[in-house]
Every structure is written in structure tokens, then in C-alpha cells.
Design a binder for this molecule. Structure first.
Ligand code: THU
Length: 140
């Protein structure tokens, strides 16, 4: 039986935001010049970073959030508590629809993943996946 988790602390949020800012340095975005960094926090405290990785065949581009989630899952961590992202935009950018669906795979009604979206200037918003993708599609 899945258990509700305690809310994440302001310190955890700030730490995850810093990790996402660090992750953005590795963004590979020669086509859009729009860099994004993300960091996923797991229940044991481990953090996995991701960045956007573009491709000359544009549709093969992978977003930062998906890179971070796939890094966590590839390391055996599916218990994802929160994800932070920061983009190079002045205006705050939230996860795209595809990334919301990928985050949803590891989020549930009882333990929704916290999503922290941040602009270049540091403006940020803390939401849950349920806020961003109500009525999520699930087979499990
Ligand atoms: N991008 C992300 O990394 N995350 C999002 O949620 C939306 C968009 C990336 C993909 C592409 O490399 C660039 O931003 C412009 O769309």
C-alpha cells in the first residue's frame, strides 16, 4: 500500500533548484539556443540531473526533465519525489506536455511528484504533477 509522503522542505527545494541550474550548463541546444536543466530528487535523497539534448533531426530532441527522469530510473530509482527545472528564458517555463506525461508515470494521487519550475532570473513556482496534468492517463 502506497503511503503519503511528507511535503518537501524549503531547503530541499532550494537545493534541487541549484542542482537544476548546474545541470543547465551541460545543455546541448545548438538549434534552439534554449537551454534547460533539470534535477530529480528521489526518496532516499539521491539526485539525478538532466539537460536538453537536441539533434539535427529536430524531433529526436530530448527535454531536460525526461533526461533527469531517465537517469534516475536507469540507476534504479523510480521513487521520485520532486523535479526542478530551469530554462534560459526570462519568462518562467513549465514542463512541456510530453514531459508531464513522463513525470506522471512515477507520480500518483497519494504521492504526487512536486514540480519546481524556474526562470533564468530565479522566479519560480512550486506545483504538483496533479496541478499540471489533472486526470493523468495510467494503466497501472
Ligand atoms: N525543452 C525542455 O528541455 N523541456 C521542456 O519542458 C520544454 C522544452 C527543450 C527542448 C528543446 O531543446 C528546447 O527546450 C526548445 O524547445
Amino acid at each position: 500500500m502506497e503511503k503519503a509522503r511528507p511535503p518537501i522542505t524549503p531547503q530541499q527545494i532550494d537545493n534541487l533548484r541549484a542542482e537544476a541550474r548546474g545541470a543547465r550548463d551541460a545543455a546541448y541546444c545548438p538549434y534552439s539556443n534554449f537551454s534547460v536543466g533539470a534535477a530529480a530528487l528521489c526518496s532516499d535523497g539521491s539526485i539525478f540531473r538532466g539537460c536538453n539534448v537536441e539533434n539535427a533531426s529536430y524531433g529526436l530532441t530530448v527535454c531536460a526533465e525526461r533526461s533527469a527522469i531517465f537517469a534516475a530510473v536507469s540507476a534504479g530509482h523510480i521513487d521520485i519525489v520532486a523535479i526542478a527545472l530551469v530554462s534560459s528564458a526570462i519568462k518562467l517555463a513549465r514542463p512541456c506536455g510530453a514531459c508531464r506525461q513522463v513525470i506522471a508515470e512515477f507520480s500518483s494521487a497519494i504521492a504526487p511528484i512536486t514540480v519546481i519550475s524556474e526562470s533564468l532570473g530565479g522566479e519560480h513556482v512550486v506545483e504538483t504533477l496533479a496541478d499540471l496534468l489533472p486526470g493523468q492517463f495510467t494503466l497501472l
